[in-house]
Ligand binder design. Structure first.
Ligand SMILES: NC(=O)c1ccc[n+]([C@@H]2O[C@H](COP(=O)([O-])OP(=O)(O)OC[C@H]3O[C@@H](n4cnc5c(N)ncnc54)[C@H](OP(=O)(O)O)[C@@H]3O)[C@@H](O)[C@H]2O)c1
Length: 353
């Protein structure tokens, strides 16, 4: 049995507790959360000990694997300690606060003997795996467009700089990952990042014009301001056809893929019997993600999404911030020698509000 410890008992802590517990090769043995009561709640439901500090949890000899569900400014220290202790790590996206931290994590994960995976769970969503199967039917993709909108009123860690908030990191990171997975490597980004609601330190509105190395182009719009309903909408336009897709984190019935090729085919997405309680619209993607991570540990294989993909998303995000700082100049990727002070300058306009 693989013994699992979970850091963070917010929404994602709940998700991890459920799906690691449901995996027949795993037992959840440990929880840590800043507010202890929330970890105790999970321990009452799933078993396991509640630790007073995350350091004690990741150092405990009983724990084989650690699920990291804390905000991204905590990830580097937690991953570093966990890998040092020989634990396998599944870490939530965004992988870390910025590219510098991600580069360090990539080095650590390459040197480690244990497995490390980043939680881009959308790769396992039935809508996404359906698009994976259909993609060759549309020929060469020349345009990709995506919209990811949620309505998030108020101010939480998700809207604060130090904790690594903002729509780019929370929402767009998933779609940058999917876009590169489907279309290919991005070669440039032009970002318009804005703060619309008061008291937020980071963008709640983000438009990015995208250019891919293979000549394709497109755009991604993400916001915390979408009042209709939460939605992920996309179009992949190719030389032989088009795929339109949609899903929503909260509504399982909103899962749809339409293929426009010789004719129009509406591909039904079966709703799995076990779907997530926190994010029902993500169907069983978290289950599949966690099962994949566990299989990789058991069979000594490399997980599908490594720290390199986590770093890549942050690189695109930091390029988008830099583009905004330079008044909408196109920024080429990869960022290369983008320094810590360059990065801090990107954030100054946000920090000033
Ligand atoms: N893969 C996905 O689809 C997906 C979906 C949502 C979130 N995420 C990622 O998962 C991670 C956690 O998000 P969540 O939705 O679980 O958030 P959440 O429900 O708001 O919970 C946040 C967790 O982090 C803790 N926390 C917040 N600020 C902290 C601080 N300054 N110091 C220490 N602990 C702090 C909270 O502890 P308290 O209980 O003490 O407040 C809580 O355990 C983030 O990296 C997020 O981007 C991924």
């Amino acid at each position: 049995m693989l013994k699992v410890g979970i850091l963070g008992a917010g929404k994602m802590g709940k998700v991890y507790a459920r799906w690691f517990s449901a995996n027949p090769h795993c037992e959840v043995v440990a929880f840590y959360n800043r507010t202890r009561e929330r970890a105790e709640e999970l321990s009452r439901r799933y078993g396991g000990t509640v630790f007073d500090t995350w350091e004690a949890l990741v150092s405990d000899a009983v724990v084989d694997a650690v699920g990291i569900c804390t905000p991204s400014h905590q990830h580097l220290a937690q991953i570093e300690r966990a890998l040092e202790m020989g634990k396998h790590v599944l870490c939530e996206k965004p992988l870390a606060k910025d590219i510098h931290e991600c580069r360090r994590i990539l080095e650590l994960s390459r040197a480690a003997r244990s497995k490390m995976m980043v939680g881009f769970q959308m790769r396992f969503h039935p809508v996404v795996t359906t698009v994976d199967r259909l993609l060759e039917r549309v020929g060469k993709v020349y345009h990709a467009e995506f919209v990811f909108g949620l309505y998030r009123p108020g101010v939480t860690w998700r809207h604060r700089l130090i904790e690594g908030g903002g729509v780019l990191k929370e929402l767009s990171s998933h779609l940058f990952d999917l876009l590169e997975h489907w279309v290919g490597e991005l070669s440039a980004v032009t970002g318009l990042n804005r703060i619309i609601e008061p008291d937020r330190e980071v963008e709640d509105y983000s438009v990015n014009v995208l250019e891919f190395r293979n000549g394709a182009s497109g755009f991604l719009f993400s916001s915390y301001l979408e009042r209709r309903s939460s939605c992920i909408l996309g179009n992949l336009m190719g030389t032989e056809g088009q795929i339109s897709l949609q899903f929503s984190p909260y509504d399982p019935s909103d899962s749809r893929v339409v293929l426009f090729a010789n004719n129009v085919t509406d591909i039904p997405i079966a709703i799995p019997s076990e779907i997530d309680e926190v994010y029902p619209g993500h169907l069983d993607s978290f289950k599949r993600e966690i099962d994949h991570f566990v299989e990789c540990i058991l069979h000594d294989e490399q997980p599908m999404i490594s720290a390199a993909e986590g770093l890549r998303a942050l690189e695109i995000i930091d390029a988008s911030y830099e583009s905004t700082r330079q008044g909408g100049r196109k920024i080429s990727l990869p960022l290369g020698a983008f320094s810590q002070s360059d990065l801090e300058r990107c954030f100054q306009r946000f920090a000033r509000g």
